[in-house]
Design a protein around this ligand. Sequence first.
Ligand code: TYD
Length: 392
Amino acid sequence: MRTVLDLGVSPPANSLLDRPDEPQNCFPLVLEHCPRCANLQLRDCLDATELYGNYLYVTPDSRVLQEHYEQLHQYLTARGYLAPHGFVLEVGSNVGLLLQYLQRKGFKVLGIDAAANICRMARDAGVNTICEFLGVTSARAIRDTYGMPDLLIARHCLAHNADPHAMIAAAAELLDKSAHLVIENAYALNTVENNEFDQIYHEHMFYYSVRSMQTLLASHGMHLVDVFLTPVHGGSIVFIAKRKSPDDHIAPEVESLAVREDQALTATAFERFAANAAGIRRSLRTLITELTSRGHDIYTYGATAKGNTLLNYVGLTREDIRYCVDSTTIKQGKYLPQSRIEIISEESAYARAPDYFLLTAWNYKEEIIAKVRQAGNRRSRFILPIPSVHIV
Ligand code: TYD
């Protein structure tokens, strides 16, 4: 294993505090590269109960995501991976926004998610959701009760599991030869090329590429038949896989992207990535010190997991940043781990707008900036930390 980036020790990024002085556990955050399976992965994986005991990540009801669901639906149906009225099972379905979208399109849907509080919210929204981790045992129970799905989709959750083999083995149990597995994840190539070191946090244990996904699937008799890239979450990849059969058609994009990875994910690229992360740390620290010493006030926008990696790596705390703004009701009134910045609603932030917002949800930058301007605020400026520190 080769160490790519050492971000020191930090608390799990989604474990928000109820009080600013609440004690918290910190763990090492070190990214490594495995030359055998070509994967980027965390050196230390936390136990699921440490991460998901009281889970507060709620998929935002955002315009960007609604457009993404539409794009997914169109791609999967146009390429014949999902037939009308098929049965879609989503793992890590959170509050069920994608499944609600698919339900409206006439699909039969079922969610499975490990966080009890989040499952309740999905059910309240009319999405049938099982509260469990997906493994071989739960897969068999689902198959016996609901039948085999035509499509199993895992958006931004395979990487959150210390044992990805358990989920792929479950998929192999659940899918017959004509069904598809769709996995969406932050794409390692974008993470490295766009200096997105803030994508590294304890929940993100793996940073998949075409090459590493091919290796993982092969050990379960499955393979990739297609891939496509999408800008959500700072650059994500959608893998389309199935149980291997001789007459499968493999889209040419699979091999062309794998070849691009072979050329781009090199030792030199990893060194540049680490150096750029250190550069962002220096520039952001200098900028924030300069602005606060001139009397400007700064809030962060987005109580995001990635924001916590950024703040903690740069060493920013509530001494530097007054508030964190977030639209998620269950995050408001809590405090970010380590930096101990209080989370407030968008409405309160607009009522006492700061000079600068540090956009810790930079993946929604257009949507958030437009929202702030529509709320009548023409004054606040936005600091974007990634791919390099700049103000807009
Ligand atoms: P996300 O980008 O999914 O972050 P991560 O995966 O790093 O945790 O989360 C975006 C956060 O930003 C989420 O907590 C909701 C918040 N948000 C707003 O406060 N306002 C908005 O307009 C949008 C789109 C998101």
